[in-house]
Ligand binder design. Sequence first.
Ligand code: GDP
Length: 682
Amino acid sequence: MARHRNVRGYNYDEDFEDDDVYGQSVEDDYCISPSTAAQFIYSRRDNSSAVEPGQEYDYGDLKDSSSSLSSHQLSAVDQARLYSCLDYMREILGEAVPDEVLVEAVLQNKFDVQKAMTVVLEPDKMQNLKVKSEGARSTGMIAKDTQSSRSDSEIVPKVAKMTVSGKKQTMGFDVPGLTAEENGHSFHTPHKGPHSEDTSIASSDVLETVSKSVPSAHTVQASEEQSSTPTPVKRSSKPKQQIDVKAELESRQGGKQLLNLVVIGHVDAGKSTLMGHMLYLLGNVNKRTMHKYEQESKKAGKASFAYAWVLDETGEERERGVTMDVGMMKFETKTKIITLMDAPGHKDFIPNMITGAAQADVAVLVVDASRGEFEAGFETGGQTREHGLLVRSLGVTQLAVAVNKMDQVNWQQERFQEITGKLGHFLKQAGFKESDVAFIPTSGLSGENLVTRSQSGELTRWYKGLCLVEQIDSFKPPQRSIDKPFRLCVSDVFKDQGSGFCVTGKIEAGYIQTGDRLLAMPPNETCTAKGITLHDEPVDWAAAGDHVSLTLVGMDIIKINVGCVFCGPRDPIKACTRFRARILIFNIEIPITKGFPVLLHYQTVSEPAVIKRLISILNKTTGEVTKKKPKLLTKGQNALVELQTQRPIAVELYKDFKELGRFMLRYSGSTVAAGVVTEIKE
Ligand code: GDP
């Protein structure tokens, strides 16, 4: 079992159909329609890696090359360019090529790293370099290695790290010779005046969309010149063998589909017990372990929690009898492999619940059927409502409601109907389609109707539907964005025994192969994926929808936090502190005004933010502006706002990546709004 540690926030997942309604307030019937969200024009600016003039570089780790530099008189800028090139080359070549060779190659090729690489990798050209013979020998060896195999990048490189002091944790400027197209960035070299280039790129992008300010011909031209200045040189190393992910996916796991399932509901509804018992009945927990849990829980005076202990792992959780973290486990049904996430029900752990829910495709909502208990969970402030609303706003469309502890009410049909009536109405208002919600009477404690249909006359008298596992098996797997660029949101970071470190998270889009180069945003640091683990098994590749652990080399663990997004260097995700969004205000008591402080839950991040500007109030269905510059926003309204976060976060536009364009806003312990990103500012 894997468990998230240091959970900071959430991530949302799952897309919904364009005609779909979601995130509605309890009283009102409206939506943020993706089609209306898509009408917002944005200006794409990949300037997060721009280096401000005057920023300092820390070359502390580059001592090795300093000796080989002593013979060259370089300006500070050229030194920086050189280090940047060396950094890049070492990541590919490892340490086998002496520094002098690399330095010589870079200088001879005027900081064009691709040309320098070609020279280093071609032994005949090596003769032209004034290098020692032993350097040449090792280079020849590397040349062979690099051309023949992709595993070259798996050699743990002693990466020269470059840190840039400044507000944004950026890595500095690009390696010259790598075009913006090649690595996906519009990087800048400091000597070229990042500001002028910056403006021109932004302007040309705006031109492509809808421009408020028409850029001068000069700036556009300048942008073209800038981007074409470095000679585009193809990488000399052999491209990795591409896999047909779709075909592989179909044959993987014996053709079973992967589904991420989150269990939600009010505290004490019986979530852990229900799931623990179900896993036991499915054979995922062996008898001996279960016996141990029974003994231990009895000893602790909490015998009724024995099944819950299957998922509640930590001592504190067991002591308090509440789930705090997101427990994860894998189990199989007839047609599916399920990654089960047991989210905490307690109000204090909503951010953890959001993390779990955000990674889910489908949900099981557990409600306590006992008299008074269902009502407690369902009334305002109860987690049944909040969880239901949250998962829907996070993109979950299919729901199984386990009407649990039915043993407590003697399996009464009337009680079941009373609950399904009330809850069904609410869920419809929250945006769930009636056909996508199934109610199942269960008892987590006795195990009734979990894995096999109940034989008990009390239930079969009036219930002929599916049992819980059958219902889970019948969920439709969502469309995965495999064709899109790679995106993985980090939900955990830890050091393993070997080299490098590990991150875990769900692949939201695209796919990854071992040996792939990755870029982490917002830190803007690159590394290599040395290993991929899916369900505790090492694999060569993984794709959108998979919960994986990646072993990374070539990067310092301290650079990575929960909430970072890994992507391919060619198609990076943008990092920003300011963005515009269309939000849907929930059932709030205090109106939202300019400067309203919120906690932004985006992916696995929860970040303090403020609502910087109230731009307009929108018509709920058409998306048309009904009022410009409103003074305040009240419950049920749909509005366009600008948000400013304290630290940079990596976001996507909803129109580009549904999975990565959603967020929730919370204030003082309750969820005040759900939103979609419409424009990234800076
Ligand atoms: P969670 O907070 O939702 O994970 O709830 P737990 O699984 O920790 O259960 C809370 C309490 O409810 C425990 O004492 C369980 O033994 C009890 N419980 C759970 N499911 C049932 C059930 O189906 N019937 C009865 N009678 N008690 C249950």
